[in-house]
Design a protein around this ligand. Structure first.
Ligand code: CAO
Length: 583
């Protein structure tokens, strides 16, 4: 056994990068590729693996130190012949150590057309955009017409078949330059591949779970051409940010020490942007562990510096879940993934017949997350009832023409909205939200009602505000207007927020009953099925009556069962005799 010093490998020209975690202690016996330390810049974190197996004699750095390439990390008593396998060793991997500055200074080689050149795609913020398959000449020649551009996987420093763990965009999305398109994750690092352009995503040719290598096609974007009008001159190729990122730079003289099985250090340094609006600090190894255990890192309490999630935190979280102490409904609003819930195993359906795979759209994905989150966090109870709407229908039909003259389509929906507003005022325990602490209740003094609208891309819930103060005709007009906006993706944020209660009407389609999922943080939702003529016993005889099914799902933490029954009973009374709405 010989003692040797393990040094910081090539980190793409970055200097003075902070150590935020030390993963080994003196006396530890480690394998090649085990993480020694984790570095973090303002953009990304990366684990520095040991190139050899052996025993840690001394740790030469501490958390908070800043290091650069070549700095000592650990003194290791290496096992004889314990070299890491090729993909993990510090064997030089040419082509990964170009610093942004030098890459920019050097003349760009001819475009490969396959999006290579992440050498200059990182590590600086300025050039973090990876390669794209844009031809500079094309851009220069543009006359302002939108252009269709290929987007390709940038240089992954020799890594190939890297899994896509997230597709953050959908066809039709308007993107800014550097918006994350997809996230790749190897066992050593995760990285976002940002958009090289500002423009509209026309086509996606990859999906979550695919594996990609440098140059693989990600999709196509429509990019506004360089206008020839006005004073703006077409920029030389070297001045275009996207082009800078895509043009392969001259290879460095000095070999790099990037583990060939991972994205380059530069690429790693460009990783870890906030996801879902929340930045979770965790190294690739921790992310990998969390993924293996099905743990949502957003739910794990970090104990590391700068609120960093450590491996121990993930283990502690899993123990808590197993002991039933974590992921409580109130405290953990998004236990949708993980939380000890076994995932549904993937199957190869093509074994059974022809299949086609395609990614789900962003709206559907968001809807799925919200619905799943509500389903696993809120104890749902659904109360069923019926309302005799025979008289309401007679009145509605008699008023239809008059309503139409005022530009409104009078369906049963506005009556339902009005009745729910009344019931919410009578039973204010339905007009609350529970705070995340699970013990604080927010009583709302306003009555805004959401309407579930079926659109080709998924479910949307526009909100009609202050329904208690609006007339039936106004509500009818507004619901049609909002439903149209939902269907044409024109809803503004303020038209989709602030709801107290939701109505989901499948009445025009059919069905006798269903169990709607609460639109959390609301505490109740009313599902409506198709009204049917039924024989109803009036004490003397069966009468044909038009009966509308009511299905009220409520959060049993906030509302007790008796109140659920009272609420639907009141709705039934109100809809059976709408004069009661005036009382
Ligand atoms: N029973 C019988 N008929 C009904 C009815 C009911 N409960 N509700 C509506 N109808 C009738 C209407 O009266 C109308 O007929 P007329 O033209 O003869 O009056 C017809 O069905 C069509 O109504 P509509 O769909 O145009 O209007 P609406 O106000 O009932 O609904 C909207 C509007 C936006 C809610 C609806 O179009 C929609 O998107 N529904 C789906 C919501 C959904 O997907 N929910 C699921 C959520 S959980 O996954």
């Amino acid at each position: 056994m010989s003692s040797e010093i393990i040094k910081v490998p090539d980190i793409g020209g970055s200097t003075d990068v902070e150590i935020i975690e030390i993963a080994v202690s003196e006396g530890d016996t480690i394998d090649a590729e085990d993480t020694l330390i984790t570095l973090e810049s303002d953009k990304a974190s990366m684990d520095v693996p040991s190139p050899k197996a052996g025993k840690v004699v001394k740790v030469l750095v501490k958390v908070g130190d800043t290091v650069s390439e070549g700095d000592d990390i650990v003194e290791l008593e290496a096992e004889g012949g314990g070299e890491a396998p090729a993909e993990a060793s510090s064997t030089p991997a040419p082509g990964s150590s170009e610093s942004a500055e030098s890459a920019e200074e050097k003349p760009a080689a001819t475009s490969s057309g396959s999006g290579g050149g992440a050498d200059d795609a990182a590590p600086t913020q300025e050039s973090a955009a990876p390669a794209a398959d844009a031809a500079p000449a094309e851009e220069d020649a543009s006359n302002g017409e939108p252009e269709r551009k290929e987007i390709r996987v940038p240089d992954l420093s020799g890594s190939s078949d890297v899994p896509i763990i997230e597709v953050g965009v959908s066809v039709g999305d308007e993107l800014e330059e550097e918006d994350p398109l997809i996230t790749l994750e190897s066992d050593k690092a995760s990285m976002d591949v940002p958009s090289p352009y500002k423009g509209k995503l026309l086509e996606l040719t990859v999906k979550e779970g695919d594996t990609v290598s440098e140059g693989d096609l990600i999709g196509y974007m429509e990019v506004a051409g360089t206008s020839v009008a006005g004073s703006a001159k077409p920029k030389p190729a070297a001045e275009s940010k996207a082009q800078k990122a895509q043009a392969p730079a001259a290879k460095p003289d000095k070999p790099a020490e990037t583990p060939a099985g991972a994205p380059s250090p530069e690429a790693q340094m460009a990783a870890h942007k906030p996801r879902d609006g929340k930045l979770v600090h965790a190294g690739p190894a921790v992310r990998m562990l969390a993924r293996e255990l099905g743990v949502d890192l957003g739910l794990v309490k970090p104990s590391g510096p700068k609120e960093r999630v450590l491996k121990e935190d993930v283990h502690a979280y899993v123990k808590q879940v197993m002991a039933g102490k974590a992921s409580t409904p109130a405290a953990a609003p998004s236990a949708a993934s993980g939380g000890g819930i076994p995932p549904i195993p993937d199957q190869d359906f093509s074994e059974f017949g022809e299949v086609e795979e395609r990614p789900i759209g962003r709206l559907m994905k968001m809807g799925a997350t919200n619905l799943h989150r509500s389903w696993v966090n809120l104890p749902h109870v659904t109360q069923f009832d019926e309302a005799d709407i025979t008289e309401l229908e007679a009145f509605r039909k008699s008023m239809k023409a008059e309503a139409e003259a005022q530009g409104a389509k009078l369906t049963p929906l506005p009556f339902l909205v009005k009745a729910c507003a009344y019931a919410l005022q009578q039973y204010p325990q339905f007009n609350i939200s529970l705070k995340a602490d699970g013990v604080t209740l927010v009583q709302k003094k306003y009555v805004h009602i959401g309407i579930a609208v079926d659109t080709p891309d998924g479910l949307m819930v526009p909100v009609i505000r202050d329904v208690d103060k609006k007339s039936l005709i106004d509500i009818a007009k507004e619901s049609v207007e909002l439903a149209k906006k939902a269907q044409t993706k024109k809803l503004k944020r303020e038209e989709m927020t602030g709801g107290c209660f939701t109505i989901s009407s499948l009445g025009s389609i059919g069905g006798t009953a269903f169990t709607p999922i609460i639109n959390a943080p609301e505490v109740a939702i009313l599902g409506i099925s198709k009204a049917q003529m039924k024989p109803v016993w009036d004490g003397k005889a069966f009468e044909p009556r038009l009966m509308m099914p009511l299905c009220l799902s409520f959060d049993h933490r906030a509302v007790n069962g008796a109140d659920g029954a009272r609420f639907t009973a009141l709705l039934s009374q109100l809809l059976s005799d709408i004069r009661r709405l005036l009382l």
